[in-house]
Every structure is written in structure tokens, then in C-alpha cells.
Design a protein around this ligand. Structure first.
Ligand code: AMP
Length: 119
């Protein structure tokens, strides 16, 4: 799938759409999910134009991949989830039910997250 420069997260990166920012560095941005599924629900996105985890792990540089996953960990620590724990997930593609076509990792916490997959 080709990257759509007008997806909502691209607009957030261009500051055309606001977000509640919780972490930012040169390569990643983290912000509150607009429709939280847990007491704490943050999304971490790379600043590069990658559709999904599939696209990112196939096409991104080693540096982009390392810095992105470090940003996920830094974000979780910054929002105070290290001790209690948290869940990360990245919905990918059609069966993964990915809605926004810019790679994002969900960080969910603030309560026990329940079964790994609910249907
Ligand atoms: P996914 O199903 O993994 O693609 O999840 C997309 C997520 O993006 C959902 O949890 C939405 O609530 C969230 N979302 C959509 N638009 C926005 C927005 N403008 N700001 C923050 N989160 C958003």
C-alpha cells in the first residue's frame, strides 16, 4: 500500500491537526489516543512516512528502527508505566484491523489489560 500523505497522523506531524503530546524526539512523536481504551493510552509514531509495521520493518533504516523502539520505551517510562507494566500493540493491515495508515504503536496501561486478544 502506498503511503497517503493526508492520513490523520501525517497531519498531526505537520501540526495541521492538534494532539496532546507526551514525548518527542528527532525521529518519533508520542501523543494521547483520542479514544482511549485504557486509563493511559498513548500512540507512538515514527516521523518517517511508513504505512505499517510491515512497511517499516522492510524499508526503514536500522537507525530509524532502533530510534523508534527506543522512543516507545522512553515514552512508557516517561508516562510512569515501567513499574506497573503495560501493553504495546501495533495493529497491522486488514486482519490486524489497522485504521490509520501510518505506523503507530499503542501503549496501554493504568489497569490490568485483560486477555491478550479479545474478539
Ligand atoms: P488502529 O486501529 O491501530 O489503526 O488505531 C488507530 C488509533 O488512532 C485509534 O485508537 C484512534 O482512536 C486513534 N486516533 C485516530 N485519530 C486520532 C487523533 N486525531 N488523535 C489521536 N488519536 C487518534
Amino acid at each position: 500500500m502506498e503511503y497517503d500523505v493526508d492520513n490523520i497522523f501525517a497531519k498531526i506531524l505537520r501540526k495541521e491537526v492538534p494532539c496532546i503530546k507526551v514525548y518527542e524526539d528527532d525521529h518519533a512523536l508520542a501523543f494521547d489516543d483520542i479514544n482511549p481504551q485504557a486509563p493511559i493510552h498513548v500512540l507512538v509514531i515514527p516521523k518517517g512516512a511508513y504505512v505499517s509495521m510491515e512497511d517499516f520493518t522492510a524499508s526503514a533504516s536500522d537507525m530509524e528502527i532502533v530510534t523508534f523502539f527506543r522512543a516507545v520505551g522512553k515514552t512508557a517510562r516517561q508516562i510512569g508505566l515501567s513499574t506497573a507494566g503495560y501493553r504495546i500493540l501495533a495493529n497491522t493491515g486488514d486482519n490486524g484491523m489497522q485504521e490509520v495508515q501510518h505506523l503507530h504503536v499503542h501503549i496501554l496501561g493504568g489497569r490490568k489489560m485483560g486477555p491478550m486478544v479479545s474478539i
